[in-house]
Design a protein around this ligand. Structure first.
Ligand SMILES: *Cc1c(COP(=O)(O)O)cnc(C)c1O
Length: 426
C-alpha cells in the first residue's frame, strides 16, 4: 500500500510536495489530500474483491469535496449519499445516477423528490414509513422507485459505540424479525421495485470477521429474496473498513478482507457492492496547523495551534486518536504536551499528554489521518472560517476549496431590525 505522506530531508511531504511549502503558500489550517494514494486505496480494494466482480462505491459523508468525488468517480467509483445535499454534490461532480445509491434513516419528502428527478440505482430504505412515503412520491412523479431494504444483522462490529450501526439497539435498518414483512409490504406497493438488500454494520472496523459473520447470517435471507423477486440483483454490504490511526493498529489488508468475505458471497450470483468512506480517503489526508504559542500551565505544557476542534471534531466526539507530527522534524527529545486549539472549550484538544518533540511558534504540525470525517464535520464555531483544501496528484498541488473569509461567515444573515437602523440613521 502506497504511503500517502513521507519524510524527505526531515520534512513531511505529500506526493513530492513539502507540507511546509504548501502551508506557506495556501495558509493554515490546511487540509492536504494525496490523490495518488486515494486512487491506490480504491484500486487496491477493487482488485481484492474482483473475484466476485464487486463494485466499490464511496460514502460521500467521509469527504464530500467535489474534486475528491470527481477523482474517485474518474476511477470508476459509485457514490453512496445520505442526504439531498450529498446527492446534489454527487450529481454536480458529474457522477451518473446509475452509480448513486441513497441511504439514510430520515430521508425527507423534498430529498426523495429530488432523487426521483433522475434514475438513481436504488434507495436503501430503513422503515415502513419510508416505503410508504417513497411509493407515494414515486406515484406523484409518475415513476417506479428501485429499493433495497437495509437489514440490521445484529452483529457487534467491535468498534466505538457511537459508530456501531448494526446492532439490535441501533436505530438503523430492519431487524430479522421485521424485514420479511417489510419486503412483503414493498411488494404490494405499485410504485416500488425491489432490487436488493443493504447492510452497513459500523465504522472503523479493523477485523476481517464482522462483515463475514454478518454475511453468513443473512445469506439464507438473501437466497430467499433472490428466489422471490425477479429483479433482485444487488447485495450492498456497506462500508466500515478501518484504517490505521495508531502506530500499533494492525491495518486492514484488502486481500485478507476479501478472503474472509468472498466465501460467503460465492455462488450467489448477485451484483455485490461495497460502500467504504474512511478506508478510501482517511489516511490520504492531513490537517496542517501552525503552532501559535507554547505555554506552560500549572500542571501541563500546552501547544496552542491555529486549528481547533471546529476543524477536526473526532478527538472530541469519539475520543479519537490522531497521530501528530512536526512537519519539519526537530529531532529533539519528546516530552508530553497537550496539543490544543483556540476554542473556548476544555474539550478542544487534538491530543492529551502526547510525547512531542519541542516545537516553536510559527512552525507547523501535521494531524494525520484527516482525510475522512475531518473537513466534512468542520463547523464555524467561535466564528472561525473553515480551512482551505489542497489536492495533490501527478498534476501538482491544487486548491480545491478556498479558505472561508469572515465575510463568508455572515453572508447569509440579515440585520436585526432594518427600520430601526434607518430611524437611527445607520
Ligand atoms: C457512513 C456510512 C458508510 C461509510 O462508513 P465508513 O466507516 O466511512 O466506511 C457506508 N454506508 C452507510 C450506510 C453509512 O452510513
Amino acid at each position: 500500500m502506497m504511503e500517502a505522506f513521507l519524510v524527505r530531508d526531515g520534512v513531511l511531504h505529500c506526493a513530492g510536495h513539502s507540507l511546509e511549502r504548501l502551508a506557506q503558500e495556501f495558509g493554515s489550517p490546511l487540509y492536504v489530500y494525496n490523490g495518488l494514494a486515494i486512487k491506490d486505496r480504491f484500486q487496491g480494494l477493487k482488485r481484492a474483491v474482483s473475484p466476485v466482480d464487486a463494485e466499490v462505491f464511496f460514502a460521500v459523508k467521509a469527504n464530500s469535496t467535489l474534486a475528491v468525488l470527481q477523482l474517485l468517480a474518474g476511477q470508476g467509483a459509485g457514490m453512496e449519499v445520505v442526504s439531498g445535499g450529498e446527492l446534489y454534490r454527487a450529481r454536480e461532480a458529474g457522477v451518473p445516477d446509475e452509480r448513486i445509491v441513497f441511504d439514510g434513516v430520515g430521508k425527507t419528502a423534498a430529498e426523495i423528490r429530488y432523487a426521483l428527478e433522475g434514475e438513481i440505482r436504488f434507495f436503501a430504505v430503513e422503515s415502513v414509513g419510508e416505503l410508504n412515503r417513497l411509493n407515494q412520491l414515486a406515484l406523484e412523479a409518475g415513476r417506479r422507485a428501485r429499493v433495497s431494504l437495509r437489514i440490521n444483522p445484529d452483529i457487534d462490529p467491535q468498534t466505538h459505540r457511537y459508530i456501531s450501526t448494526g446492532k439490535r439497539e441501533n436505530k438503523f435498518g430492519f431487524d430479522f424479525g421485521g424485514i420479511r414483512a417489510a419486503y412483503d409490504h414493498a411488494d404490494e406497493l405499485d410504485h416500488l421495485e425491489v432490487v436488493g438488500l443493504h447492510m452497513h454494520i459500523g465504522s472503523q472496523i479493523l477485523s476481517n470477521q464482522p462483515h463475514a459473520q454478518a454475511l453468513a447470517k443473512i445469506r439464507p435471507l438473501v437466497e430467499e429474496l433472490k428466489e422471490r423477486f425477479a429483479n433482485f440483483r444487488y447485495l450492498d454490504i456497506g462500508g466500515g473498513l478501518g484504517i490505521r490511526y495508531r502506530p500499533e493498529d494492525q491495518p486492514l489488508i484488502p486481500e485478507r478482507f476479501a478472503e474472509a468475505i468472498l466465501p460467503e458471497l460465492a455462488g450467489l450470483d448477485l451484483q455485490v457492492m461495497l460502500e467504504p468512506g474512511r478506508y478510501l480517503v482517511g489516511d490520504c489526508g492531513v490537517l496542517v496547523t501552525r503552532v501559535e504559542y507554547v505555554k506552560q500551565g500549572g500542571a501541563k505544557r500546552f501547544v496552542v495551534c491555529d486549528a481547533a476542534m471546529n476543524d477536526l471534531m473526532r478527538p472530541m466526539m469519539y475520543q479519537a486518536y490522531h497521530e501528530i507530527v512536526p512537519v519539519r522534524a526537530t529531532g529533539g527529545e519528546r516530552t508530553p504536551v497537550d496539543v490544543v486549539g483556540a476554542i473556548c472549550e476544555t474539550g478542544d484538544f487534538f491530543a492529551e499528554d502526547r510525547p512531542l518533540e519541542a516545537v516553536e511558534p510559527g512552525t507547523f504540525l501535521a494531524v494525520m489521518c484527516a482525510g475522512a470525517y475531518a473537513f466534512t464535520m468542520a463547523s464555524n464555531y467561535n466564528t472561525r472560517p473553515r480551512g482551505a483544501e489542497v489536492l495533490v496528484d501527478e498534476r501538482g498541488a491544487r486548491l480545491v476549496r478556498r479558505r472561508e473569509t469572515w465575510a463568508d461567515l455572515i453572508a447569509l444573515e440579515r440585520p436585526y431590525c432594518e427600520e430601526q437602523d434607518e430611524r437611527q440613521g445607520f
